[in-house]
Design a protein around this ligand. Structure first.
Ligand code: AMP
Ligand code: MG
Length: 424
């Protein structure tokens, strides 16, 4: 009797091991996420009447990973977007020119203050790598008070959500302090947030696309990414209009919030004044032929080489015009399959990309089934400080066509004599 029970147990375990290996293989080949794999495993083991061996797997499933961080990030981005939307409608946006000649507006400063205050309220020892700093504002009192007027009035319509972010910032000085807390040097240790309060400031000024971008890195690895894109359509299935980057109206009913947590997929939902709803899963498009890809590129010729983009499109047989838009809205569009191929090709040898321009978008695209690398095929490395000093350019697209896209990029850049490390 006992022998028969032992034999049946051995058979069950052999069956289970075979099934686990088959599931693992199918997970790798068709990249379903870990949660699906674990769910299938759990159902299989319970079917076989084996409980103990799944306990560890179930407990380590990152189901609830970074739940609070995600919620705070989503709400903080939503609240900051209320402020940026109010500035978007103003003709005079309180624009300054920074040392690197790039523009910054009252919207950038205000959004950075609101987001950092929310992070510090919830996670006081976390650091923030933020694009802006407040030294120029301390000298320009009128600009500072203009920002303060916006910041003190920006609140979510849902009071519980607003309270979770710590409520309003108390004083103008505290607002300036918050802006300056974006001064982390970044790196590969501990919890560090990467923040671009308005990515695509030039688009914001032109009436185009822009994005409020926030990502949490732990030991240099991006764990949570959130993008607020106030001027993108809510509907994930809406094709990218040719003028999406130039005729933004910020009309009611527009605006999308993209989110991702490492290992848990990517989602989208309408960008609202709170509370945060459950997002809808998004996926990159399944392309059977790369020539069908919709390309996305920067509006600004100084940010990405349009000539190289065109040469690569020709090599890949892509005949459609690239859709031009500012900001990480390009990453969001690729992640939901509205665009397919985002190329950012170096125009200047000495330009080094900043982590806040890519951290959230990189995770969102990868969690939606895409692949993001530089022109050498290397993953973007966020652990080296405030910049992506080991990367050049960006290629973001569905994982299935990435190798083909990379090959075309390397052939075009290589033919121009631009040094690319083939096959690295
Ligand atoms: P996009 O809207 O995609 O064109 O990118 C906007 C971002 O480009 C800004 O946030 C800047 O940090 C960044 N940027 C500024 N100059 C350059 C450059 N020469 N090459 C690449 N990116 C740049
Ligand atoms: Mg930016």
């Amino acid at each position: 009797m006992k022998k028969a029970r032992n034999t049946s147990l051995v058979i069950k375990y052999i069956l289970l091991t075979t099934a686990v290996l088959t599931l693992a293989l199918s997970t790798i080949l068709a990249p379903t996420n870990l949660r699906v794999f674990t769910a299938r495993l759990t159902s299989l083991t319970s079917h076989l009447g084996i409980r103990s061996c799944t306990t560890t797997t179930t407990n380590t499933t990152p189901n609830m990973a970074y739940e609070k961080e995600l919620k705070v990030a989503q709400l903080a981005v939503a609240r900051a977007s209320i402020l940026t939307k109010s500035v978007f409608h103003e003709k005079a946006k309180g624009t300054l020119s920074k040392d690197d000649k790039s523009p910054v507006t009252v919207g950038d400063f205000g959004a950075q203050a609101l987001i950092i205050a929310a992070i510090k309220h919830n996670f006081p020892s976390d650091e923030v790598v933020g694009e802006e700093e407040a030294s120029s504002l301390r000298e320009q009192k009128d600009l500072s008070s203009k920002i303060w007027n916006l910041v003190k009035d920006a609140k979510l319509s849902d009071s519980d959500s607003d309270a979770l972010l710590g409520g309003p910032i108390q004083t103008e000085d505290k607002m300036l302090e918050a802006i300056d807390q974006g001064n982390s040097a970044g790196g590969d240790k501990g919890r560090i947030w990467a923040l671009d309060p308005i990515d695509g400031t030039k688009g914001f000024l032109r009436g185009g696309q822009y994005a409020v971008c926030l990502a949490l890195m732990v030991d240099g690895d991006v764990k949570v990414g959130v993008l607020g894109c106030p001027n993108l359509p809510v509907d994930d299935s809406e094709p990218l209009a040719e003028d999406v980057g130039s005729a933004a109206t910020d009309a009611e009913g527009k605006g999308v919030l993209f989110s991702a947590v490492q290992g848990e997929g990517a989602t989208s939902q309408p960008l609202t004044r709170g509370p945060i709803a459950k997002g809808t899963p998004i996926h990159t498009k399944k392309l059977s032929n790369i020539s069908d890809a919709v390309m996305c590129e920067s509006v600004e010729a100084g940010h990405s080489s349009k000539g190289d983009n065109a040469a690569i499109a020709e090599k890949l047989g892509i005949t459609g015009k690239p859709v031009q838009m500012d900001s990480q809205a390009k990453y969001g569009s690729v992640a939901r399959g509205a665009g397919d191929l985002y190329l950012r090709l170096p125009v200047r040898k000495d330009y080094v990309e900043k982590i806040w321009d890519h951290a959230a978008g990189d995770l969102i695209v990868r969690e939606a089934g895409g692949q993001v690398t530089d022109v050498n095929g290397n993953r973007l490395n966020f652990s080296l400080g405030r910049t992506l000093k080991e990367n050049k350019g960006v290629i973001a697209c569905p994982a299935g066509v990435h190798a083909e896209a990379l090959k075309a990029v390397q052939e075009v850049l290589g033919a121009k004599g631009i040094e690319v490390r083939y096959g690295s």
